[in-house]
Every structure is written in C-alpha cells, then in structure tokens.
Write a protein that binds this ligand. Sequence first.
Ligand SMILES: Cc1cc2nc3c(=O)[nH]c(=O)nc-3n(C[C@H](O)[C@H](O)[C@H](O)COP(=O)(O)OP(=O)(O)OC[C@H]3O[C@@H](n4cnc5c(N)ncnc54)[C@H](O)[C@@H]3O)c2cc1C
Length: 425
Amino acid sequence: MNRTPATRRAFLKSTMAASAAIFATPALAQGAAPRVVVIGGGFAGTTVARALRTADARIAVTLVEANPTFTACPRSNSVIAGLHDLTEQRFDYDKVKRDGIEVALSAATAIDPQARAVTLAAGRKLAYDRLVLAPGIDFRWDAIQGYDQKASEQIPHAYGGGEQITLLRRQLESMEDGGTVVIAAPVNPARCPPAPYERASLIAHYLKHKKPRSKVIVLDAKDSFTMQRLFENAWKEFYPGLIEWVPLSSGGVLTSVDVKTRTLMTDFDKYEAAVANVIPPQKAGGLAQIAGVADRTGWCPVDPLTFESKLQPAIHVIGDAAIAGAMPRSASAANSQAKICAAAIGKLLAGGTPDEPKLTSACYSLIAPDYAISQTGSYRPVNDQFNEADGGAVVSAVDAPRSLRQQEAAAAETWFKTITAEVWG
Ligand SMILES: Cc1cc2nc3c(=O)[nH]c(=O)nc-3n(C[C@H](O)[C@H](O)[C@H](O)COP(=O)(O)OP(=O)(O)OC[C@H]3O[C@@H](n4cnc5c(N)ncnc54)[C@H](O)[C@@H]3O)c2cc1C
C-alpha cells in the first residue's frame, strides 16, 4: 500500500528534482565519495554522522562541533538536585573519530548554500554535497526585559548543558534555608516540555531534605503543561506545600528581571528569589538563521521523509531545531530523526527514493529518586508533517502502583546510559 499522500509525493518529486539538479548522476552511482558535512555534535548531529558511515562507508563525513566535550541535558536536573555529578554528563568525540569521521572542533560561522560551502571560525572552508544542521536551540534574548546572555551568568537558564548546570547547583547549595527558588518556565514550542517540571520536582526533593523551610515557585507562561496531572499528584504526595505553580492566567508570564536584586516581575506580581532560574522562550540554534533554513517562527520547516529543508535544497535539519509536528523536542526524538535522515541521505546520494519513515520518542521525568513518569510515542508523516501513529502518545497511568514508578525510574537511567553509549561510546 502506498501511504504517501499527493502533496507529499509532489514535495518528494521537487526534492528529487532539486537533488537531480545537484547530482546529475548520483555521486555514489558514479563511484565518487560524496561529502556530507554535519554541524552540531549533540544527540542529533553525532547520531547522523555515525549512521551515515553505517549507511555507506564511501560517504566522507565531517562532524563540526564548537566544543570538545558535550554536556548532556537529559539527567541534568538530577545534577542540579545533587543526585548525579556533572562529569557523568560529559562525552567526547574520540570514538566517533574511530568510525572514520573527521571531527572538526570549531564553530561554523557561515554557510553558502549556492556554493555549498561551510566556513569555520578557524577560517577553514568545507565543501559539501549534502549538509546536515543539528545546532539545537538558541534563546530569544529579547523576550524578557532585563534578561539577556550576560544576565544568564548570574541567573542561569541551565537549559543548554555546560557550566550553567553547575552554576544553578552552586546557588542552591549556598542558599539559606527559607529562601525561595523561582523557576520561570517558557512558552511552547520549547526543548523538552516536561523538563521545567522535572526540575521543580527534583529541586523540591533537595529542599525537602536540606532546606525544609524553602519552597519552589514555578512561574509559567502556559496554562497547562505535559503530564500535569501526574506531576501534580506526585507533588501533593512528595512535596506538599513545597511547590507553587503559577499559570499564565494567574499572572505566570515573566515580563522582566532585575538581576541585581533577583526580582522577577510578572504583569500581576513581583517575586524576590533567593535563587532564580529563568528558562527563556526559544528558537532554532543561530546557525539555522545564518543558513536561511529557519522560517518566521524561528524554527526550521523540513520534509518529513528526508528532513531536507523546505527553504534550502541539499541542507537537512534535525533535532530540536527542526519543526517535526507532534514530535517533542527530545534527545530521543533527535536520535530517531537522525537515523531516518542518514538513511534518506544514503538513498538520495545513490539515486534512490527514501522510504516512508516511522519515528519514535521516549521521555522520562524523574519526580523523586525512585519515582519517574514517562511519555512515549511513534510518529509518521501525514499531510507533510509528523503525526502520532499507532494510537498516539502513551503516558504513564495516573493510578499506577509505586512499583511501576520505581521501574520507570530505573528505565530512565537505563535509557540515558544506552542512548549516550550509542551516540558517543
Ligand atoms: C533540563 C533538560 C532535561 C532534558 N531531559 C531529556 C530527557 O530526559 N529525555 C530526552 O529525550 N530529552 C531531554 N532533553 C532534551 C534534549 O536535551 C534535547 O532535545 C537534545 O539535546 C536535542 O538534541 P540536538 O542534537 O538537537 O541539540 P543539542 O544536543 O543541543 O546539540 C547541539 C550541538 O550543536 C552544537 N552547535 C550549535 N551551533 C554550532 C555551530 N555554529 N558550530 C558548531 N557546533 C554548533 C552545540 O555545541 C551542541 O553540541 C532535556 C533537555 C533539558 C534542557
């Protein structure tokens, strides 16, 4: 059965036509070694680089990454709560190099889609036949008055990995018992929608044991959030009176920040925080704008069969930067998209037609050390976007026994170890 809708076929035809113009005879069919440059060595970019080598070892793959060490965001809320160490979140590219991938440790600063060339900060230029962008997210620094990149050095977002996680951890440690922790949660679309609430939970866990007179306030730019009932039930059970959630309609939207006094202002109120964690609204990583693959939403529209940009031929966008319909912006989704993208590029380079994909995502949220909930789903292209498949997303049951929550906590740990071993190990 051909499940490809007409609009999908038309787009695929135009993609193939663009590809045909680029590769009069597909590079692999000519026996040439096509060059694929991947920018961004996170969950999406590193996975696609390695999967491309597996798809066809004749493809010359260069992975461009700004930092020599990657710090993973999943599980970073546990680091903030003192349950894990930041060193356990860090991964390098030694094993990736051993796969025959050239790893260029430099920021990409310019992309010329016409000349099909990438410029690195070091001045080097890389030519490509196909380019994959996996730059993750950037913050909309103009969205909250008084909160810019400089301000984040004092009031961390802790939402992009790295030292920001340590900064928030240290601030919690040095806070006096009785201080208020204020977390500002962003509007959607955003990276990992449950993460601010997982963070509130695990910070509450830390406070309950170390600073029992303190509390957490979540200022939210939304009126509801993912797995809300599960979170709120667990908050009542584990952290009664410790977490206050202020939704949009009760004045939850953060409008300005006074960094010096750590005061967070909404339209309704002022919150003086002992520790503040501002997670700003987001958009695709800056490189997406530079490459001309982001639309007016700030995110990147892509063809769901190949992840090729709808705005620039021969450039694919995967991971958090891409608009992937119902798929959440998660490491798990990024990993799944990368594998589909690699297979599609392999087919396109060989002159073939990409298969219709099925993608998956699994997101765990830890609420206490032995208590986790999850949301899993599979996705297929429908009307040029990813829709939920096979009955939709599966969320942990509200009335599940404690033993199941314990199993989910163990599964979350196994998931992290498995995915990071697959991507960097
Ligand atoms: C607190 C928190 C908890 C989370 N928990 C989970 C979870 O439990 N499960 C889950 O599945 N997901 C989770 N996520 C989401 C997950 O971290 C992201 O969805 C995932 O990292 C996206 O992968 P990516 O490859 O698109 O981006 P990233 O992993 O951010 O990688 C982007 C990479 O691109 C590099 N880069 C950017 N621009 C350039 C440039 N110009 N030149 C060179 N390199 C560049 C960056 O240095 C970075 O290494 C969580 C996120 C947060 C913040």
